[in-house]
Design a protein around this ligand. Structure first.
Ligand SMILES: *[C@@H]1O[C@H](CO)[C@@H](O)[C@H](O)[C@H]1NC(C)=O
Ligand SMILES: *[C@@H]1O[C@H](CO)[C@@H](O)[C@H](O)[C@H]1NC(C)=O
Ligand SMILES: *[C@@H]1O[C@H](CO)[C@@H](O)[C@H](O)[C@H]1NC(C)=O
Ligand SMILES: *[C@@H]1O[C@H](CO)[C@@H](O)[C@H](O)[C@H]1NC(C)=O
Ligand SMILES: *[C@@H]1O[C@H](CO)[C@@H](O)[C@H](O)[C@H]1NC(C)=O
Ligand SMILES: *[C@@H]1O[C@H](CO)[C@@H](O)[C@H](O)[C@H]1NC(C)=O
Ligand SMILES: *[C@@H]1O[C@H](CO)[C@@H](O)[C@H](O)[C@H]1NC(C)=O
Length: 669
């Protein structure tokens, strides 16, 4: 980069290489003079005067990757001023891809160097506002992302300050609050940029979605202050003949519901709620979809039956339900959002005391509507089917079992019938196979929720009555191989074991091999993890009767522990699970002690050697240590009555480990 006669192609390749290297290494790998050299090369590249846009683009991209290293340089005012000047100049280059890359740098600077930004905010506001208003979409999106990032930073600062109780010392510049009068109109303008005939399910991130998301983050950051700024836009546009205006106003309404206080929102919502319910009949599909989404946001944030201020009251509930049942038959995109709304409507009644049976009279109708929605064939959108089942789960979970028991039994029969039908699908392609296993996973999920619901009942007769049929179907699901389905079916079997208790023993001769397969599934480590959880459920259900299966289970678990391939997150649950087994089988654990204790010692040693570069690692280390203690506790309690001498040889090691943990300052719990 310092050779004056190097051709542009060589410079570009050099900058690409610098960028890739910076992307891979971490700040502690470079000395400050190396960082300086990198920044010098990059800034030279960005200032490249010859008409080689390739060099400048490579330079901005390299800068993006080098920003993390530039801490010292950002702390130095004159260097920082220079870097910011070059980036801001690059953000108005004539090539769109260079402008986009420059805004990406600004987004990253906003999150990495938030506390150094103040002197530049005026300039940055102008740059981003111009880009958001008039630039090409790929550039405008980054300009909006800049503000979303500032919101994230300020929300995090507020949360940290509230958590620590120290609000005064927080480094909080209130950029959003200060920019509010200009920022909000800029964002509202983006909401009006809907495309005329967008592809329904393309799901591509676009300017109006980015603007709405940013508006939502602004509301979270500044809370009440946003309401008066957005209200006139909503009121002025929600009845306009042009659907773009109505859709934008509804989107704005839904976006600001999280953050401001319920009191501040009350007038808006009380005026708007009936209006929204009516707008589910709007002639425009996009407006209806956004309306359904706004309703789900209203149910999510403003529906708490016991609080006295709630959008849904006993008086309007019948009307609300009627609207939901009608709109769920609307086109698939609207129906999907209505499922979301029903989800939050049901959730609001969870733990609502005497109010929790308010939905009971509608339970049957809602369940039928959701089952019919899941079955719809007018959409290739698999999200609709998934949302319908997920909402069904929530409605079952939050229902009052005393009122709905009989209907849930009928639902269980229906779900088992559907699960049985999946085995008759014509499978001719891998797509068919995927469809089948996705549906099986959803259905297993519903069965799991129903079993959990029943396991809270005193009367186990219903479960016992269906257990055989459920188990037959689940075992068939296992015999279709797909890691995804195994996970859901495993979870559901855990629920079945928990619900049936000792009766579960009769399924073990068939089931144990799938359990062992699950425990050995290194590839899909979630399946392995879920299987470990099921072992714990089974120990609790079977008690001593689990003994005949313990050799195989323990051997799989110990193999897991010593396998370097298995994702580390599964190891703590395995240690806790070994504790559960020991507690369950008591003195019979004796034969596993010589294999298990060295594993625990190894894990303890691993903890003491662990490098802790970040919070994640610290958390993992604590989790691992907690699970080592759980394993020791399980073993000690299991052997204490008849075989207490077994653990004596290991006592000093356990003490050492406990002492080490107690002394350490960074332990959290
Ligand atoms: C600048 O671009 C023109 C036309 O693309 C080309 O002829 C000229 O050689 C370029 N100059 C440099 C220094 O690369
Ligand atoms: C800041 O950087 C400039 C230019 O690199 C240097 O001359 C100056 O000494 C630095 N200031 C401090 C306080 O380090
Ligand atoms: C962005 O996508 C959403 C959902 O697909 C759509 O409603 C909206 O009109 C799109 N906006 C633009 C500007 O493309
Ligand atoms: C409604 O939207 C238009 C853009 O179509 C905007 O200029 C106007 O300010 C909005 N109305 C109100 C009352 O805010
Ligand atoms: C909703 O529609 C009903 C019937 O069409 C009408 O009477 C009512 O005034 C409308 N409410 C609002 C807020 O627009
Ligand atoms: C679903 O997709 C298939 C094949 O891609 C297509 O033939 C069919 O028309 C689509 N159905 C709907 C309702 O979009
Ligand atoms: C599945 O369906 C078949 C008939 O299609 C029936 O014979 C069988 O009993 C069903 N199995 C279960 C477990 O429900």
């Amino acid at each position: 980069m310092t050779k004056p006669d190097a051709p542009p192609s060589l410079k570009q390749a050099t900058l690409d290489a610098i960028g890739y290297v910076c992307e891979e290494i971490s700040p502690k790998d470079l000395e400050q003079d190396q960082v300086n050299a990198v920044l010098t090369a990059v800034v030279q590249g960005m200032n490249h005067v010859e008409n080689s846009s390739g060099v400048r683009l490579a330079a901005v991209k390299a800068l993006y990757n080098a920003l993390d290293f530039a801490e010292t340089n950002f702390q130095n005012e004159s260097e920082r001023n220079y870097i910011m000047k070059v980036v801001c100049e690059t953000a108005i280059s004539k090539e769109a891809d260079i402008r986009k890359a420059a805004f990406e740098c600004l987004v990253s600077i906003a999150s990495t160097y938030y506390d150094l930004l103040e002197p530049y905010m005026q300039t940055l506001f102008e740059l981003t506002a111009n880009a958001a208003r008039a630039d090409e979409e790929q550039v405008a999106l980054q300009a909006i992302e800049f503000w979303s990032t500032i919101c994230d930073e300020e929300v995090a600062i507020q949360e940290d300050a509230e958590e620590s109780g120290d609000v005064s010392s927080a480094c909080h510049f209130h950029f959003i609050e200060k920019a509010l009068p200009l920022l909000v109109p800029m964002l509202l303008e983006t909401l009006l940029k809907q495309e005329e005939d967008q592809d329904e399910d393309d799901g591509i991130w676009n300017i109006s979605m980015a603007g709405g998301t940013c508006l939502g983050l602004v509301a979270t950051a500044v809370k009440d202050a946003i309401v008066p700024l957005v209200m006139p836009f909503i009121e002025g546009n929600i009845t306009k003949p042009d659907w773009h205006s109505r859709e934008a106003a509804t989107f704005a309404f839904g976006s600001i519901l999280e953050g401001p206080s319920v009191e501040k929102l009350a007038p808006l919502v009380h005026a708007g709620f009936d209006f929204l319910l009516n707008a589910t009949k709007d002639q425009n599909n996009h407006v209806r979809e956004t309306t359904a989404w706004a309703l789900s946001r209203a149910f999510e944030f403003l529906h708490s039956p016991t609080s006295g201020v709630s959008v849904v009251t006993n008086a309007n509930l019948p009307h609300v339900i009627e609207i939901m049942l009608t709109s769920i038959k609307d086109s698939p995109n609207v129906a999907e959002k209505i499922c979301g709304a029903l989800y939050f409507l049901a959730l609001g009644y969870e733990n609502a005391g005497s109010m929790s049976s308010v939905l009971s009279p509608y339970f049957g109708q809602l369940v039928s509507a959701l089952l019919a929605t899941a079955d719809r064939s007018d959409s290739n959108n698999s999200r609709l089917c998934a949302s319908a089942y997920e909402t069904l789960n929530e409605i079952v979970r939050c229902s009052s079992i005393a009122d709905t028991l009989n209907m849930i039994v009928l639902l269980l029969q229906e779900i088992l019938k559907r699960l049985n039908q999946t085995f008759e699908f014509q499978i001719t392609s891998s797509e068919d196979k995927e469809k089948q296993s996705d549906l099986q996973a959803l259905l297993c999920g519903v069965v799991q929720v129903i079993l959990q619901k029943f396991s809270n009942c005193d009367d186990k007769s219903v479960i016992i009555q269906f257990a055989d049929q459920i188990m037959v179907l689940f075992l068939r699901v296992f015999s279709c191989d797909s890691s995804n389905v195994h996970e859901e079916a495993m979870l559901a079997i855990g629920a079945l074991a928990y619900a049936t208790g000792p009766e579960f023993v009769k399924y073990m001769p068939e089931f144990h091999k799938y359990l062992e397969m699950g425990l050995q599934n290194f590839g899909a480590y979630q399946v392995c993890c879920v299987s470990v959880g099921v072992v714990a459920d089974i120990c609790r259900a079977l008690d001593d009767e689990v003994l005949p299966y313990c050799d195989a289970i323990m051997s799989a678990l110990l193999k897991d522990l010593s396998s370097p391939e298995l994702h580390r997150s599964v190891k703590p649950p395995i240690l806790s699970c070994i504790g559960d087994i020991a507690l369950t089988i008591g003195e019979h654990f004796e034969k596993y002690v010589p294999y298990t204790v060295p594993m625990l010692q190894g894990a303890a040693e691993l903890c003491s050697r662990m490098d802790l570069p970040d919070d994640d690692s610290t958390e993992y280390k604590n989790e691992l240590r907690r699970s080592i203690f759980e394993a020791y506790s399980g073993i000690l309690q299991g052997v204490k009555n008849s075989k207490s001498e077994l653990m004596v040889p290991y006592a000093s090691h356990i003490f050492q480990f406990a002492e080490l943990v107690l002394r350490e300052t960074s332990r959290y719990s």
